[in-house]
Write a new protein. Structure first.
Length: 284
């Protein structure tokens, strides 16, 4: 069980914002922090990792205290068993794939985990190449393998797939889910992609201005109301407009919806699909 309560004043576009969040996360679950940019999602990951200090609160991981303001406990990042995958991969450019992964080994740790991860994440043919010769997806797989070397109690993913194309994003989502289940990880993902959240999450915390507005299973969070007018919201990109229909890519599936004036190929939409009708709204 992961239990935390975090308080911190953060700088936001509109001025200072108070981050105040408490959560209980069941071991082995994949939980997503969902919300608009600036809601405090990345700051929460950084505080859990020990890269940013809360002003008050506590972090307790599997009955071990990582941070407690009142007790003056604040474990250094290297003493917290976490794996962190950043949005920009953060690979060492002068090292090969294998060397990047080996860099995460603890001093007396068994090296067998390196070969296991290289095989699991299918990096065998790439292990002697350097990051600048790899695609974005290959770099992200390397970053994921490196994050798993220390067999973390908590895997933190900060929008790791946001820079990738649709097909590669879908493949990497499958890799992350496979690794999450195979290594029985507790994972916290930061994402604002609805399709990704629905596909990957066991539980969702929706953040607005530093606070949890809603939480629950994805189907509960993204279903409005509790009657026949309820609608499931899915995010997708317009890939084709022809005659009276638009083709929208949601995850790895193509969905046809009625054409709506003012929309173009490449626009990002939220589709609300309900019994009483459909709602189509542009979000990017």
């Amino acid at each position: 069980m992961i239990v935390f309560s975090l308080n911190k004043i953060l700088e936001a576009v509109g001025g200072d914002m108070e981050l105040h969040i408490s959560a209980n996360i069941e071991k082995g679950k994949l939980v997503t922090l969902y919300g608009e940019s600036g809601a405090g999602k990345t700051s929460i990951l950084r505080m859990l990792a020990g890269l940013m200090a809360p002003e008050n609160g506590f972090i307790k991981i599997n009955n071990k205290i990582w941070f407690d303001h009142k007790k003056n406990i604040d474990l250094k990042p290297q003493l917290r068993k976490i794996g962190f995958v950043f949005q920009d991969y953060a690979l060492f450019p002068n090292m090969t794939v294998r060397q990047n992964i080996e860099f995460a080994l603890d001093k007396n740790q068994d090296h067998d985990i390196i070969n296991e991860l290289i095989e699991t994440i299918e990096l065998g043919d790439l292990q002697h190449r350097k990051p600048d010769t790899l695609s974005g997806g290959q770099q992200q797989r390397t970053a994921l393998a490196r994050a798993l070397v220390r067999q973390p109690e908590l895997l933190l993913l900060d929008e790791p797939l946001s820079a990738l194309g649709h097909d590669m994003r879908a493949k990497l989502q499958d890799y992350i889910l496979m690794v999450h289940r195979q290594y029985k990880l507790t994972t916290i993902l930061v994402s604002h992609e609805l399709g990704e959240v629905l596909k990957m999450s066991d539980y969702v915390l929706e953040l607005v201005n530093g606070r949890v507005q809603r939480e629950g299973a994805p189907a509960e969070i993204f279903t409005e109301g509790n009657n026949k007018k309820s609608a499931l919201h899915l995010a997708g990109d317009i890939v084709k407009i022809e005659d009276g229909e638009m083709t929208v890519l949601i995850g790895n599936r193509l969905v046809g919806v009625p054409r709506k004036n003012g929309l173009r190929v490449g626009d990002r939409l939220v589709l609300g699909v309900g019994i009483t009708g459909n709602d189509i709204r542009k979000i990017g």
